[in-house]
Ligand binder design. Structure first.
Ligand SMILES: [Zn+2]
Length: 105
């Protein structure tokens, strides 16, 4: 694996983690990401988090499998435990789309 793809894997895992936190309404910070990626990462995180959670009044449900209701922390743990690979895949696809557009526009 070369340096660039290694870096991509790290960034994908950070974006996935932040998206789960965002989806669950927990605090998250973009500061760990490279400055040039913070703006697009914020949009990517919004897109991913919208795919993870169903909000019904005051309750939170998992949008991927429908389980719930959960507390914020409970949903965070559920998504990390059960769906982390899927969130990685979504994050990777979104990031690659962004990088592709960057190179080709
Ligand atoms: Zn689930």
């Amino acid at each position: 694996m070369n340096n660039q793809s290694m870096q991509l894997v790290e960034i994908v895992s950070k974006i996935a983690e932040l998206a789960i936190r965002r989806a669950c309404g927990l605090q998250y910070s973009l500061e760990e990401l490279p400055p040039s990626l913070r703006k697009p990462a914020k949009e990517i995180i919004e897109q991913i988090s919208a795919q993870l959670v169903l909000r019904d009044k005051d309750t939170l449900r998992c949008k991927i499998c429908g389980k719930g209701p959960f507390t914020r922390k409970g949903l965070y743990l559920h998504i990390r435990r059960v769906h982390l690979d899927q969130v990685y895949q979504i994050a990777r696809r979104e990031l690659e789309d962004y990088l592709w557009r960057l190179r080709n526009t």
